[in-house]
Design a protein around this ligand. Structure first.
Ligand SMILES: [Zn+2]
Length: 139
């Protein structure tokens, strides 16, 4: 489970890790992350070292359906299509194209799959479900 914690990086800047409030399903308030996802997420945030605004992380299957998410979405924690034990996806707002490029490159290098949306990046660990890494866009 994600907690709100401070870590200190080598350059002595304090970075606030993702809080439960940022990651929670808006409908159920639940934060259930797939095994290993919190580690991937917090190390990405720590090394990226810039503010990251979460648009969406955990979703119940009901909430995902309501907002028109993909039926096999890796955001879904309670009825994960791939049999994962929680959410393995997050959407991060991208304030400009340079930020989007830098985050996309870092995420890809670390094994994340990336969906490029208008004003956000979808980042997921589909490799946890033995799916190949990829990049996609939203129509
Ligand atoms: Zn997403």
């Amino acid at each position: 489970m994600a907690g709100c914690a401070m870590i200190q990086t080598s350059d002595y800047k304090n970075i606030i890790l993702f809080s439960d409030a940022e990651l929670a399903c808006p409908e159920t308030g639940m934060v259930v992350l797939a095994d290993g996802f919190e580690y991937s997420l917090t190390t990405l945030r720590e090394d990226f070292g810039r503010p990251m605004k979460v648009n969406s992380c955990c979703r119940s299957a009901a909430h995902n359906k309501k907002i028109g998410g993909h039926p096999h979405s890796l955001h879904v924690w309670d009825e994960n299509y791939y049999g994962l034990d929680g959410t393995a996806a997050i959407d991060i707002a991208t304030p400009n194209v340079s930020y989007a490029k830098d985050l996309l490159l870092m995420a890809l290098e670390r094994g994340w799959s990336v969906g490029v949306g208008k004003g956000f990046l979808h980042l997921d660990r589909r490799d946890y479900a033995k799916l190949p890494q990829g990049i996609f866009g939203y129509a």
